[in-house]
Design a binder for this molecule. Structure first.
Ligand code: 5GP
Length: 179
């Protein structure tokens, strides 16, 4: 891990703050309509989804609770190792609940596939996925994503919660790192 975060070394702004904010609002409205009358359990996948989840939740107008799970698959690099480890588990029971996983990005699909298999064993009433970003070109395993903010090309992105070696999460836009 870097000892400090340098000035942003961003070569391209892929998605502006304004575009993110308006799409997140739309997603919140859509989710609120789809789950009307069904109390929702949001499960944020740490750390990358925390900013998206916080903004999304403020646009969800139906009753909902939030839980966090922490998975690790990249181990500080820019390519998935394929080995997923659970670093933090849910603190409340998800059985019989309407569960919506909130992810920052789906790339190979390995992380999400692991998480969905794991959560299915706990018998939720329903299990769906909302991801801010989707990189379909890199998919190694099919995963059912119900809500997608943006489809992006196969580039390593940072900002709005996504990091490179724990830096750049605080950017309000999604950018491509200079390499
Ligand atoms: P997957 O298992 O689908 O390959 O990867 C999912 C996880 O890898 C994401 O939750 C995220 O933490 C990380 N990841 C995948 N692509 C990117 C990317 O372009 N930028 C960053 N910062 N993380 C990524």
């Amino acid at each position: 891990m870097r000892s400090h975060c340098a000035e942003p070394e961003i070569k391209e702004i892929l998605i502006s703050r304004e575009k993110i904010q308006s799409r997140v609002r739309e997603l919140g409205e859509e989710i609120s309509r789809d789950y009307a009358g069904k109390p929702l359990m949001l499960i944020g996948v740490l750390k990358g989804s925390f900013i998206f989840l916080a903004d999304l939740m403020r646009h969800i107008t139906i009753p909902c609770s939030v839980e966090f799970i922490c998975l690790s698959s990249y181990e500080g690099g820019t390519e998935s190792t394929g080995i997923v480890r659970m670093l933090l588990d849910l603190r409340s029971d998800s059985s019989g609940r309407e569960v919506l996983i909130v992810e920052d990005i789906v790339d190979s699909g390995l992380t999400l596939n692991y998480l969905m298999d794991n959560l299915r064993t706990r018998h939720p009433a329903s299990l769906e996925v909302c991801t801010l970003l989707n990189k379909p070109e890199e998919r190694k395993i099919p995963v059912p994503v119900k809500y997608t903010g943006f489809e992006i090309p196969n580039k390593f992105v940072v900002g709005y919660g996504l990091d490179f070696q724990e830096c750049y999460r605080n950017l309000s836009y999604i950018g491509v790192l200079k390499v």
